[in-house]
Design a protein. Structure first.
Length: 278
């Protein structure tokens, strides 16, 4: 009987210990692979912004953020955003995605913004958040720092259809001597605050090395739009390290070249292009 009594006490203690451990929530840091950019606040919430490298730059930016009420994360917000470039004579927005929860995340929201120009001494970008939490509407906004890039990864131009276009290089971000996957976003300016994605176009590419006789490379594939993400995907062959100019031609659904010229013996580059150096 004494042995049974001791065993019963041990069993109850073990059960209590296991139950306590099971009830303890597991804390997961959903931003451990990201770097802090900045915080912005209103009277109720703090929005903390992250990117992969801790900066916002001219061109394509994948942006992540969390919303907190004190120490508690807000995981059920319906969020929209609007980047606004405050210029001396006017203001305008830039291409930006809708906001969604990051896959398999509880507290982390994500989207992308394309800044077609960097800030300067007198002109700056402002980021505006509008969001709803359980029926209550909130606004948060602040000035953000958008730095220039040393290579051209975004091309802004007017096509022969009098439409203003923005073509932005997304990948490769870390190019290699290989046939690289290339991804480009193509938007058009509907008005100063609206930049929808362009559908069903084609982007022809002709990579050249100006310092090496302007030679090209084999096995490139022009970019076509994907139904999965609405971005344009193709193949970019880089046969050696160094500076490459990726000459572009934008072609509409009827096959008309809207902007860009073929590279020939008498024409060394297109008027629209990206730059890569590695």
């Amino acid at each position: 009987m004494k042995l049974l009594k001791y065993f019963s006490v041990f069993a109850v203690a073990l059960l209590f210990s296991c139950s306590s451990n099971d009830d303890t929530p597991i804390q997961i840091n959903e931003t451990e692979d990201l770097i802090f950019v900045q915080e912005m606040q209103n009277e109720t919430h703090t929005i903390t912004i992250f990117t992969a490298d801790g900066s916002l730059k001219q061109g394509y930016n994948k942006i992540y953020f969390q919303i907190k009420d004190g120490d508690d994360f807000i995981n059920n917000a319906d969020v929209s955003w609007m980047p606004v470039m405050q210029m001396t004579a006017m203001s305008h927005s830039g291409p930006h995605s809708e906001i969604n929860k990051k896959a398999n995340a509880e507290t982390l929201y994500e989207g992308y913004i394309i800044f077609q120009m960097a800030q300067n001494d007198s002109e700056y970008w402002e980021l505006n958040f509008n969001y709803n939490v359980e029926g209550a509407e909130y606004v948060a906004k602040d000035i953000i720092e958008v730095t220039p890039t040393d290579k051209n990864r975004v091309s802004v131009f007017t096509g022969n259809d009098d439409t203003r276009y923005i073509a932005t290089l997304i990948e490769p971000d870390s190019p290699k001597v290989a046939v690289n996957d290339i991804t480009v976003a193509i938007h058009k300016m509907e008005n100063m605050m609206s930049f929808p994605i362009v559908n069903d176009y084609q982007l022809k590419i002709d990579p050249r090395m100006p310092s090496m006789g302007n030679h090209s490379s084999p096995n490139n594939e022009d970019l076509l739009q994907s139904d999965s993400d609405n971005l344009y995907h193709g193949k970019l062959s880089l046969t050696m390290t160094g500076y490459w100019k990726i000459n572009l031609q934008l072609i509409d659904e009827s096959g008309e070249v809207l902007k860009g010229e073929e590279v020939t013996e008498t024409n060394e580059s297109s008027s629209i292009y990206f730059e890569i150096e590695f």
